[in-house]
Design a binder for this molecule. Structure first.
Ligand SMILES: *Cc1c(COP(=O)(O)O)cnc(C)c1O
Length: 393
């Protein structure tokens, strides 16, 4: 239990379920049922079957030869970018839709910022023939029009959040209001290891397939299932939690989480949560978040929409506090350059989120026989316009 969750839903000082009383029945039902459902052999078989045949798992563990030469270590890429829909997010969406079916839910709601989680949710709802409603800030809908179109093609209803700053936080409020109004027939799919317990634990379990596969694949490649370093980018922290999960108790494996520094940690335009944040409550759990002196959430900034989040999941807050994992940060410019380098050295266009993790390799020093695994959380097709604007292709 050193790194895991306790009976009350806490990781050390972090986690729990800080929710309005109106939501207790919904969250309590999940807490009561989710372990039973996840441990059920029928659930496991259906989850693993879809991961294999629909998502395309196992995702490859690729030995990046030119990266290895450049950095003087044995560097491997865990290829979540090759999953159906282009990132790790589908692993969690599949897990939660199967859970929702077993809870007898007839309707799915989700909130989305950039639209990536909305698309993953709309995808699994189409797959299962379940009604899907995605709340999205009105401004985000304009900024992310292609993802709005994808969700609509997949049959989801996209409802604009028109209050406040008309972005993710307002979409989250709308989704919660919907869930309170429809507690019996509706499941709320949260897209990262955030939110009230049991969400962080449940999402981490669904994503833990990433490190489970990595161990087996690394043993085939190198003879040992343990690398020296594991790297992943962190927005809310789900691809990183999936990449760390099965290595947590292997104390010799160094875990490195990379956050977005935006225009620079001290620039006022950043999402480097551990560098800038303090302990508090965000989206239903006690964690570390960026906040002003009087406890108002500070608007985060990153060029990558997936890392543009003012907090981190509670398990990350714990791993940070007890120093089991190291939390680094990378600026917009550093990430874009690393994204381009990955194209030119390996022929892989990574998501700008992922490029943050790759950029941190520049700041490390390796011994020749070090083994390093980087989680390639997603592909960069969605980011082409940003790359084009920056590099002028
Ligand atoms: C959403 C997203 C992230 C950030 O989310 P986490 O929960 O921190 O993993 C990272 N990479 C990609 C490609 C994403 O789509």
């Amino acid at each position: 239990m050193k790194y895991g969750v306790n009976e009350q839903g806490y990781y050390g000082d972090f986690g729990g379920a800080y929710i309005p009383e109106m939501l207790y029945p919904n969250v309590e039902e999940l807490r009561r049922e989710y372990i039973k459902i996840l441990d059920d052999p029928g659930f496991k078989a259906e989850f693993e079957g879809l991961l294999k045949d629909y998502v395309g798992r196992p995702s490859p563990l690729y030995h990046a030869k030119r990266y290895s030469e450049k950095y003087g270590a044995n560097i491997f890429f865990k290829r979540e970018d090759l999953n159906h829909t282009g990132s790790h997010k589908i692993n969690n969406a599949i897990g939660q839709i199967l859970l929702a079916k077993r809870l007898g839910k007839k309707r799915i709601i989700a909130e989305t910022g950039a639209g990536q989680h909305g698309v993953a949710t709309a995808t699994v709802c189409a797959l299962m023939g379940i009604e899907c409603i995605v709340y999205m800030g009105e401004i985000d809908m304009e900024r992310q029009a292609p993802n709005v179109a994808r969700m609509k093609m997949l049959g989801a209803k996209v409802i604009p959040a028109t209050s406040g700053s008309k972005t993710l936080k307002d979409a989250t409020n709308e989704a919660l209001r919907d869930w309170i109004a429809n507690p019996v027939d509706t499941h709320y799919i949260i897209g990262s290891v955030v939110g009230p317990y049991p969400y962080p634990e449940m999402v981490a379990k669904f994503q833990s397939i990433i490190s489970a596969e990595t161990k087996t694949q690394l043993k085939e490649h190198t003879g040992s299932e343990l690398p020296n370093y594991v790297l992943a980018c962190v927005g809310g922290g789900s691809n990183a939690m999936g990449m760390f999960y099965n290595f947590l108790d292997d104390e010799e494996v160094k875990l490195i989480a990379v956050e977005a520094a935006g225009k620079g940690v001290m620039s006022g335009h950043s999402a480097a949560t551990t560098a800038l944040g303090k302990e508090g409550v965000l989206h239903g759990s006690r964690t570390i978040l960026m906040q002003s002196e009087d406890g108002q959430v500070v608007e985060p900034y990153s060029i990558s929409a997936g890392l543009d989040y003012p907090g981190i999941g509670p398990q990350h807050a714990h791993l940070y506090k007890i120093k089991r994992a190291q939390y680094a940060n990378i600026t917009d410019d550093e990430s874009l350059n690393a994204g381009l380098l990955c194209c030119q050295l390996e022929g892989i266009i990574p998501a700008i989120e992922t490029a943050h993790a790759l950029a941190y390799l520049e700041k490390m020093t390796f011994k020749e026989d070090d083994t390093v695994v980087v989680c390639i959380s997603g592909r960069g097709d969605k980011d082409l316009n940003t790359y084009i604007k920056h590099f002028g292709f």
